[in-house]
Write a protein that binds this ligand. Sequence first.
Ligand code: PRX
Length: 645
Amino acid sequence: MSYPYQIRSFDEYQVAYRVSVNEPEQFWASVANNFYWRKKWDKVLEWNFKEPNVKWFQGAQLNITENCIDRHLKELGDKPAIIWEPNNPEDRTRIVTYNRLHKRVCQVAQMLKNNGVKKGDRVCIYMGMVPELAYAVLGCARIGAVHSVIFGGFSAQSIADRLEDAQAEYIITCDGAFRGGKDIPLKSVIDDALVGNKKIKRVIVYTRTRTPVSMIKGRDVWWEEEMEHAETQVEKDGAVSFPAEVMDAEDPLFILYTSGSTGKPKGVVHTVAGYMIWTTYTFVNTFQYKPGDIYFCTADIGWITGHSYIVYGPLCAGATSMMFEGIPTWPDAGRFWDIVDKYKVNILYTAPTAIRSLMGFGLEPVKGKDLSSLKVLGTVGEPINEEAWHWYDENIGKKKCPIVDTWWQTETSGIMISNLAGITPAIPSWASLPLPGVQPVLVDENGNHLPEPKEGEIVSGNLCMKAPWPGIIRTTYGDHERCRKNYFATYENLYFTGDGALKDAKGNYRITGRVDDVLNVSGHRIGTAEVENAINMHAGVVESAVVGYPHDIKGQGIYAYIIFNGKHGDDELTRKDILQTVSRIIGPIAKPDKIQFVPGLPKTRSGKIMRRILRKIAEGETSNLGDITTLLDPAVVDQIKNNRV
Ligand code: PRX
């Protein structure tokens, strides 16, 4: 495997960037020529941001799994595609070669076909981090079914909402998942999610934890039995095959739900060709992957990072991608470093929240671990504070590994702004330069483009993109208007990211965080409206308002102000009750860190909650609250201030 499109110097970066802006069609066609197509495109790009309508590589036909697997078999068949480290370090590791991956993916595709799944059908995947999760994702892609992976931490209610929105008919799940000392009963959560659901035709259950499960006759089947049957169908005379479905470039590949500023998560849709090109191109260039490198992304496949940088991007590049079932702090806080040492990991990609939490354990867990194999470090998901950046640089990278701070989103499908490891300069806490194909602009609240900063100056604004890149969101499932309103209507002819950013005279960007009502808790996106809706489900709650506040480890914590009308003899019990409600409605990741019971909320005369004030109080700022005279009841502010938790 070689990557003719790999950028190898700063000059090459500048040239690539220039060409990608001036001649995007030529640029992306030359990248795309390095992939395997059943039929090449008639037109590289057609777009407008009004509808929006973005089409890359129209007329082309392909299957992404032939690019991720089949085309590597001759050269890399016996090389590891996936190395899997189990939750319990004493359990057996699994090394999945490209040949083995090919066989398993063909089997899954056959199994899905046997169970009635067809091209275009939606398959919901709710599994722990086992290799079978990767097989399931790729098996769907092989037959052209649209996968929708739901992170294992979401509740039955969240799953039910997503199943409904995606109109899914099939589910692949596990009996349970191991995460640290816990055993999470996934199948039973699915059972709860399916109460009253009449659409689901089949639930395929993979055995991982041997947690007792109830199987519903006619609906639920065991993965192992189905796979065994499929094996005999895909294997003939020692050769394995399952014909990959021929897909159009703009056929949907997957739906992934993510939070926005309204109460209802959106199903972000990505399509086959553009996604493939974007994730592979950004993977190879950002991390400067070299054939043979062992690459470890610690994310969960339930999030976009896992989709793009554990499964599709690395496998398309013929890389060796590690998959870790467990958590960084179990059995102890040295787990990541043990893994790096054990497999001689070369590239490590993780989240600032993990770094901050591991920092808290001091250097003892790092001691004695051989980290000398590391060449490149990466972060993703949230701004990285300088302290964490330096800790990572000094104690993990030993000051010899470039750190790539990669800014991107579920909607962008791949890395957008980041330094390229060892090629473009790293600046602590700055995501730095846009990748080729990415054309950021900063605007003020009214959509005016900000002037370019002069030498020594820094400008601050809302981050938008003025042209499409191959991996841009195509639609929100079932509701294109929502996609338009959310991303393309705030500022004319621009894609709006929802983030604020700074820019310096050299063209570097520093992401300052969300400017909408979306929180980023431990790198996970959660809408304040979603949490409020969940809290309001509690019978005793009259009204609530949720804001974010700075949190040492999570980046942002969730602060909930609640007007409670029910009986509450004991605040602590009520708090617990509310937390449980949120867990049940969304999942434990959305539980507020702080709950304050308040007699009222600061509202304008028109009834709008003044979140600015609540945010300031949550942040600990109690003196400089700005103008509160327009409030309906200014006295409520003092009451809230005085009872801060
Ligand atoms: O606010 C930005 C933040 O995470 C948001 C995207 O979240 P999600 O779609 O869940 O994707 C996370 C994985 C890509 C962005 O709008 N964000 C992501 N990466 C960074 C970041 N903020 C600052 N620096 C980053 N490197």
